[in-house]
Design a protein around this ligand. Structure first.
Ligand SMILES: Cc1cc2nc3c(=O)[nH]c(=O)nc-3n(C[C@H](O)[C@H](O)[C@H](O)COP(=O)(O)O)c2cc1C
Length: 310
């Protein structure tokens, strides 16, 4: 049996989106990850970050908070406060490729500073108060870095190592290096989860072949944004009906309307989702285009209705 997880996606898979997935498409979703919480030297979590992890905003959701850090003390400080909220697993982000993060030596930027990374892992595993899982890329500048990285990861009791088989400078483009993932899968002493470009049953079958049927966990991001019933389908369930998608999107829209003061931000969030979902509406691409350009929620609702009419 494969476990499926909803990937962390900054600005998208926040608690509003997660709650809607829980209510409409939770079948088969074993774990949900928060977008990264940033360790700040001088202050604790921001109110936005606290809202992300508050148990009352995540009822019925098996949530793993993710931390972005390169300072062990800061990591352990947040980890401790997460324990007070009742969490049992925390995830370390070693994958973010964005300039503002990696450029400062965090996320996938940390993969370039091997010795510091090793020291950091030593410190956090020595003093941890809960399970620590890691989400990593396979290197920064070259895929050849992965062998050394895996050697470091193997020194620590990582609860689960999620491997996104791209290097930092590949961002989210091109084909993931699945051959290197398979090597990592074989060579890891810790449990491994796959992440990257899973969009269909064929993708999962290919991963199963490459791991001799031993892969236990797959994390999915963009595939779920494009089709929120993807994990349900992979778990033997039905694809979404248009009515279901309509209710799901309405729920998200209503919840964003509660937290944002004007409709501009709500509209931006809904368009962001259609930026992924639109790929499955090839026959209606002019409607998708108009939706992406529309300037009011009333116009948005009309265009959404055109897309989702049976
Ligand atoms: C807009 C966006 C935001 C993301 N935010 C995060 C994040 O906060 N933490 C993280 O570990 N990965 C983040 N990712 C990476 C995804 O979790 C995932 O690794 C990536 O999209 C590849 O998986 P997929 O092909 O299934 O989407 C983000 C990706 C995108 C496109």
């Amino acid at each position: 049996m494969t476990d499926y997880y909803l990937a962390p996606m900054e600005g998208i898979t926040g608690y509003i989106y997660r709650n809607a997935i829980r209510d409409y498409f939770s079948e088969g979703v074993k774990k949900y990850y928060t977008p990264f919480l940033v360790v700040h030297e001088k202050r604790a979590m921001s109110s936005k970050e606290i809202n992300e992890i508050l148990p009352e905003n995540n009822r019925g959701i098996n949530l793993v908070p993710q931390i972005l850090a390169d300072d062990a003390k800061g990591f352990l400080r947040i980890e401790k406060s997460l324990k007070e909220y009742g969490y049992k697993e925390v995830n370390l982000n070693l994958g973010c490729p964005s300039k503002t993060v990696a450029g400062k030596g965090r996320g996938s930027g940390f993969l370039e500073r091997i010795n510091e990374l090793d020291d950091f892992l030593y410190e956090i595993f020595k003093s941890r108060v809960m399970n620590i899982s890691i989400k990593t890329r396979i290197g920064s500048k070259s895929t050849e870095e992965f062998e050394i990285l895996l050697g470091i990861f193997n020194k620590y009791p990582i609860h689960e190592l999620t491997i996104h088989p791209r290097i930092r400078y590949e961002y989210y483009i091109g084909t993931p290096h699945r051959d290197i993932f398979y090597e990592g899968f074989k060579g890891s002493v810790n449990p491994v989860c796959y992440n990257g470009d899973v969009l269909s049953e064929n993708d999962v079958e290919e991963l199963m072949q490459g791991t001799k049927g031993e892969l236990k966990a797959v994390m999915i991001g963009r595939g779920m944004l494009r089709d929120p019933s993807l994990i349900r389908r992979l778990s033997g369930g039905e694809p979404y009906s248009k009515g279901e998608l309509k209710d799901f999107l309405k729920r998200i829209r209503m919840d964003y309307t509660q937290v944002f003061s004007g409709e501009t931000q709500v509209l931006k969030k809904m368009k962001e989702l259609w930026g992924y979902m639109g790929a499955d509406y090839a026959g209606k691409d002019s409607v998708v285009k108009n939706l992406m350009k529309c300037r009011s929620l009333s116009e948005y609702k009309m265009l959404e209705q055109m897309l989702l009419s049976e």
